[in-house]
Unconditional design. Structure first.
Length: 308
């Protein structure tokens, strides 16, 4: 074994960005950390300690998602995972649409790969992460950083395209005090869509990529519109309409549901960020929701590894 202890830091992510359902996501400067320490064979096979946000809700046995990813890595190699102590520091809230599960999956796989002497490439780790998560929009930016578009290749693999994010586009997240599971958010979606809705989203996703790269407000305001998931999920997020109206009035280019929600993401200009953040807080509080807002930046590194 190449090393006995490794710490993996993984960024939070936002997915979908309006019309980019299940195919586009971006990494934010908000992080979970996972420290993996391989133990002698005489030690307990697994101990887990969690600190930080909602640490008491994290499984501390083999049901832990980061450990399940860690274990899956070794199973993929046909090997038995070593006895392990896993220390987790949580700064990404659970079940809020900021990719907490993606951080665990990526953290577990990257940590296992490092402890095993890095037998797999980053691309191979990415494929395992997508298999475990079920779709690429969160795990890809969590692993690679930046804003990323994922598309399936002819051979079934993945083509990953980095999407530029203009420095004048400021992301502001509003995290409410209630949860929304991905499963519940998917249940409200229709099984079929009209041709018109499909064409609408194709056009708006193309425009979104150009708007993010160029920073053009007029393009971004149009591009964030969606007909695949947001119209159906808004009913699950109390106060959505009033919050959207308030942030647009304050100068935001748009408001979208982050991932499956319920966190909301506003995109705005630097000179309007303070007003938009204030409007987010005031509007949702007026609707009876306790909320925390935070201005974030795009993380460009993705999952990073540190050795003691």
């Amino acid at each position: 074994m190449a090393v006995s202890t490794v710490t993996v830091t993984v960024p939070a992510t936002t997915a979908n960005l309006g019309p980019g359902f299940d195919c586009i996501g971006a990494a934010f400067t908000l992080y979970n950390r996972f420290q993996f320490t391989a133990l002698p064979d005489t030690e307990s096979p697994l101990t887990i300690a969690a600190t930080g946000l909602e640490a008491d809700r994290v499984a501390t046995d083999d049901r832990n998602l980061a450990y399940r990813a860690f274990e899956h890595f070794y199973q993929t190699l046909g090997k038995t995972p070593p006895p392990l102590h896993l220390a987790i520091d949580l700064q990404v809230p659970l079940a809020r649409g900021l990719g907490s599960s993606a951080t665990a999956i990526v953290g577990g796989l990257v940590g296992a790969n490092a402890l095993a002497g890095s037998p797999l490439s980053r691309e191979q780790i990415m494929k395992l992460a997508i298999e475990l998560e079920g779709h690429p929009d969160n795990v890809v930016p969590a692993l690679l950083g930046g804003c990323r578009l994922a598309a399936t290749q002819l051979d079934g693999g993945w083509a990953i395209c980095e999407v530029g994010w203009h420095q004048d586009i400021v992301p502001i997240v509003a995290i409410p005090d209630f949860e929304l599971s991905t499963a519940e958010a998917r249940r409200v979606l229709p099984a079929q869509y009209s041709r018109q809705d499909a064409i609408f989203n194709i056009a708006h996703l193309g425009l979104l990529i150009r708007a993010l790269e160029s920073g053009r407000s007029d393009w971004l305001q149009t591009a964030l519109q969606d007909k695949i998931h947001q119209p159906y999920r808004q009913s699950l997020i109390h106060g959505y309409s009033s919050v959207e109206e308030a942030v647009i009035a304050a100068g935001a280019d748009g408001l979208v549901i982050s991932g499956a929600g319920p966190t909301l993401l506003a995109l705005t200009r630097p000179d309007r960020a303070a007003a938009v953040e204030s409007a987010l807080t005031q509007a949702w509080t007026a609707a009876g929701v306790t909320v925390q807002t935070q201005r974030v930046q795009i993380d460009t590194q993705g999952a990073t590894i540190a050795f003691p």
